[in-house]
Design a protein around this ligand. Structure first.
Ligand SMILES: Nc1ncnc2c1ncn2[C@@H]1O[C@H](COP(=O)(O)OP(=O)(O)OP(=O)(O)O)[C@@H](O)[C@H]1O
Ligand SMILES: [Mg+2]
Length: 358
């Protein structure tokens, strides 16, 4: 266990800046998620921490131990770093049974046979694979192999846990159970963890903090709540949860919210992010779950109220998803009601609207 410092890390592949000046400190025992779209540099960052690839520049330290220092040309070999790794491709040793896959890292660490068996049974129990000890990897499904790969990491209690999409091959229900035990286990063992995913629900439910990456850069670092409710850019607003975007022009600012003109005689109020200037174009993010239908009791005081036309509707089981049109812009909204007619009155609070400079 330890505090991991990633300092100005760069990894270039020719002209591609796969990791571009990323600095993140992961606290001792913290669960930090790297989140971002395909190709944004998540795995490359993880590989650099694990020591599987030599960075271009920067520094990586755990407490006072230097994993990598570009200035000093120092690079600790991966086997000395004691990192537990699970990769996207969960490679198990194909010629070893499940039991032997888990025993191998313990053997290397010279752990006695009876302690080995206890740890193996415990770790496999955690991933619900205790009855598969005698199977070979090719006799398991993809999801089962992934669970064994995770157990193999847990079995020797590493200094850092580095997990790259470790649940991606599990079915939806098992994935939810797996998330729960992974989080519980990580907390109980106090393992400093970097978790890579492009699944935002996974990131929101598991993480102490989330680092959002875009094009090799760190664009926002914060708690799930901060990232969800105070995104720094339209990219983050859309990547964590879905957002609707409406374009307009900024008007007067009352110190709390700013007036946004969407069309002639149509305006709303929104929270402005830094950089929004009066008279300039803005892009306003509103989440579908924050849009309410106006019913008999009218619009709550201070809320934005708009009339929208209904362009399309989809039945989702318990709810309907509506595609609305407001001043030529598409807005998504969910509601329990199967709405009649072609028009609907909606409202949303200024606090739920974030205006970014366009
Ligand atoms: N060995 C390599 N040689 C050249 N380019 C590479 C190499 N490895 C990665 N890249 C490039 O670096 C960028 C970041 O890749 P990386 O694997 O870190 O993405 P990622 O965020 O993990 O994406 P995904 O979610 O698809 O796994 C990509 O543009 C990728 O094509
Ligand atoms: Mg990857």
């Amino acid at each position: 266990m330890g505090k991991l410092i990633i300092d100005n890390l760069c990894k270039h592949f020719g002209d591609v800046k796969a990791v571009d000046n990323v600095s993140i400190t992961v606290e001792d025992g913290e669960f930090l998620t790297l989140l971002g779209p395909s190709g944004c540099g998540k795995s490359t960052t993880l590989f650099a921490v694990a020591g599987l690839d030599r960075p271009t520049s920067g520094r990586i330290l755990v407490d006072d131990v230097v994993f990598y220092d570009g200035g000093q040309q120092a690079m600790m070999p991966p086997e000395k770093r004691n990192c537990g790794l699970v990769f996207q491709s969960y490679a198990l040793w194909p010629h070893m049974t499940v039991r032997d896959n888990l025993a191998f890292p313990l053997e290397i660490r010279k752990i006695g046979k009876s302690e080995q068996q206890k740890r193996i049974t415990d770790a496999l129990g955690l991933v619900e694979m205790e009855n598969y000890q005698g199977r070979y990897p090719h006799e398991l499904s993809g999801g089962q192999q992934q669970r064994v790969a995770l157990a193999r990491t847990l079995v020797y209690e590493p200094r850092l846990m580095l997990l790259d999409e470790p649940l991606s091959n599990l079915d939806a229900k098992l994935r939810i159970r797996a998330r729960r035990w992974l989080k519980e286990l990580q907390g109980r063992l106090g393992l400093t963890t970097i978790y890579v995913t492009h699944d935002q629900i996974e990131a929101l439910t598991l993480s102490d903090r989330i680092a959002v990456m875009e094009g090799g850069k760190l664009v926002q670092l914060g708690t799930p709540e901060e990232i969800y409710s105070r995104p720094v850019s339209p990219f983050v607003a859309d990547f964590i949860g879905a957002s609707n975007f409406i374009d307009g022009f900024a008007g007067d600012d009352d110190g709390d919210t700013v007036n946004i003109t969407l069309a002639e005689d149509v305006s709303i109020r929104a929270k402005a992010r830094p950089g929004v200037k009066k008279g300039e174009a803005v892009r306003v993010a509103v989440r579908p779950e924050n849009i309410r239908l106006v019913n008999g009791s009218g619009v709550p005081g201070g809320s934005n109220a708009l009339t929208a036309s209904i362009r399309d509707r989809d039945y989702l089981g318990a709810r309907f998803q509506y595609i609305l049109d407001v001043c030529g812009t598409e807005l998504r909204m969910e509601a329990e009601q199967n709405l009649e007619g072609s028009q609907v009155d909606i409202s949303f609070t200024p606090e739920d609207c974030i205006a970014f400079p366009a």
